[in-house]
Ligand binder design. Structure first.
Ligand code: SF4
Ligand code: SF4
Length: 339
């Protein structure tokens, strides 16, 4: 069902929605940019159309809304424990198709990766609705088309923000909010070509020899293991678990999980001082293989959705797109030499 709205009508829609939903979207975080006196675009609560920033990519993805950086799992004391309550109010997120596909990858990890669903992810995720922002042109540093993540039908409402605002409503839950606005045909478009194209190696073409390629050494010297690529990524889902004393008398503790990342030092540290991957090039290799090979072998789709945020945020100007393309070239060349 399609509707046409003016900006004022969109604001009326937001006002009506806010009684039952918290609405998040891309917005300005003043003075939080990487350089002095610069802003950062990130996900924030939206109160009106003017809060929305639609012409710039967000630095962070919206995953934090469903999967917080730090989440208490339970509190415990003297043989008893309790799980903290969360705000059960429903949440609508204004986001682009790549990020909806990113949530599909998070759903896969937290809800479909073994016999048990992740309780903490599920209790937030069930309250999430996706308000897709039509993205027919993308940004300079995106390669969602190469990752087959430019399209999705996993939205509740899709919006085209132009001179007028068009809404394509898929979830009937939202029709009562739009009744009364003019109805119209809405044919939501998806980007078909990015300025960056990435060639992902064929699944099955990565051999154990790919682990020792010279290309990984470049990242050992350039990567500083800051983990920005992990924290900005919509599909990175790793966490570590900590027990932390809390309460005034120190008789209570909180078990919490907090984001971790494969590029960070210490991520693979084990008892006895061992570490699987101590060189930063080895970490890059692991991340690359996981994003564009191993996840696909297990779930039939790439984990990376080509949002390009890892390239946007890297202080060392490391391009993950270029890394994937180089790997493809090296693997293809090696295949030719073996024929
Ligand atoms: S690896 Fe980079 S491009 Fe791929 S989903 Fe993560 S941040 Fe986006
Ligand atoms: S953002 Fe760049 S420098 Fe930082 S860990 Fe990732 S690849 Fe390394």
């Amino acid at each position: 069902m399609g509707y046409s709205l003016s900006k004022d009508q969109f604001n009326s829609l937001l006002d009506a929605l806010k009684k039952s939903y918290t609405v998040y979207g891309p917005a300005v975080d003043p003075d939080k940019g990487n350089y002095s006196d610069t802003d950062r675009i990130t996900y924030k609560k939206i109160n009106s159309f003017d809060d929305l920033v639609l012409d710039m990519k967000t630095y962070f993805s919206p995953k934090e809304i469903v999967y917080p950086v730090r989440e208490p799992l339970f509190h415990f004391s003297d043989g008893s424990f309790f799980v903290p309550h969360i705000d059960e109010k429903k949440i609508a997120i204004l986001l682009r198709p790549c990020d909806i596909n990113g949530f599909d990858r998070l759903d896969t990890v937290f809800l479909k990766n073994g016999p048990e669903e992740d309780f903490y992810y599920k209790r937030r995720r069930k309250n999430i609705r996706f308000f897709m922002i039509e993205c027919a042109e993308g940004f300079d540093n995106c390669w969602c088309v190469s990752m087959n993540a430019n399209r999705t039908d996993m939205y509740d409402v899709a919006f085209r923000f132009g001179k007028e605002i068009l809404a394509d409503v898929k979830n009937e839950e939202f029709i009562p909010y739009l009744v009364g606005f003019p109805q119209t045909e809405v044919d939501i478009q998806f980007i078909e070509k990015n300025s960056i194209e990435v060639k992902v190696p064929e699944i099955g073409s990565i051999s154990p020899e790919s682990f020792d390629l010279e290309m990984w050494n470049e990242y050992t010297s350039r990567c500083i293991a800051c983990g920005r690529c992990n924290t900005s990524c919509i599909t990175c889902s790793c966490f570590t678990v900590q027990d932390v004393a809390c309460g005034t008398e120190g008789r209570m503790a909180e078990r919490r999980r907090r984001w971790a990342g494969c590029q960070l030092n210490g991520f693979t540290d084990m008892a006895g001082g061992h570490s699987y991957r101590s060189k930063n090039g080895e970490k890059m290799r692991f991340k690359t293989m996981h994003k564009i090979n191993d996840f696909h072998r297990r779930f039939g789709k790439h984990q990376c959705v080509g949002c390009g945020r890892c390239d946007d945020v890297c202080p060392q100007y490391i391009s993950f797109a270029r890394c994937i393309n180089t790997l493809s070239e090296v693997v293809a060349e090696r295949g030719k030499n073996e024929q």
